[in-house]
Write a protein that binds this ligand. Sequence first.
Ligand SMILES: [Zn+2]
Ligand SMILES: [Zn+2]
Length: 256
Amino acid sequence: MPAQLTLHAMCCGRLDLARRLFFPDASAEVRMTVPVSAFLVRHPKGTLLFDTGVACGATADPVGVLGKQVAANITMAGAANENALHQLAAQGLVPDDVTHVACSHLHFDHCGCNRYFRRAKILMQRSEMLAAREPGSQYDPRLWDLSLDYGLIDGEHDVFGDGTVMLFPTPGHTAGHQSAIVHTSRDHRFVLAADACYTEEHLKHDIVPTLHWHESAMRESMARLRSLREQAGTEVVFGHDQAQWERVEGAGGALL
Ligand SMILES: [Zn+2]
Ligand SMILES: [Zn+2]
């Protein structure tokens, strides 16, 4: 494992939404605010971003940028600098410095800034792109129908060829959802779950959120995350877990 690899968590938006969207048993009027995360991996062979968060202009113009349906259900609650471009700049980087974008899936809060990464290989599961392209698909074409350098993958993928950053399918939330395992040292690794599991509570109690593509596939993916977590030195980073995020922010976003 190269000692130079670092992993940094960035806040790329915050969503205010009905708790029932996450927890089907919650009462309708209760709301919650959750972070949107993206992760920067610096590796000797390249710079990778796992997800790109919400589109930059979404807070100022939610209906125009995200569409009426999303804007009706979700309020953008992030600060002006909580987006991929500002967060990268804070790390001394511009989009052209990023060589790889690993896209967990094509929902607005995970690929909103993909369009800026014109020099990067955009790595996603082929099944996710095929689902987006299907006639009648609910995916917003402004998020995926872009002239980017897509690298469509089928199953597991070793990004840098040395086992340090592994992408693996975690379908269920969407058809082609993927998560990542980042080995930060020989005996420590982080599993970036994204929406394969929103929060610790979902994993603990096997809760499938209201919005999902396939329930049993989602349960299988959560079971895989659970078994990964049982292995020594492994930490699962959830897609939208406010309590976990507070700990990450407390450490300045530096996971390593
Ligand atoms: Zn999602
Ligand atoms: Zn999400």
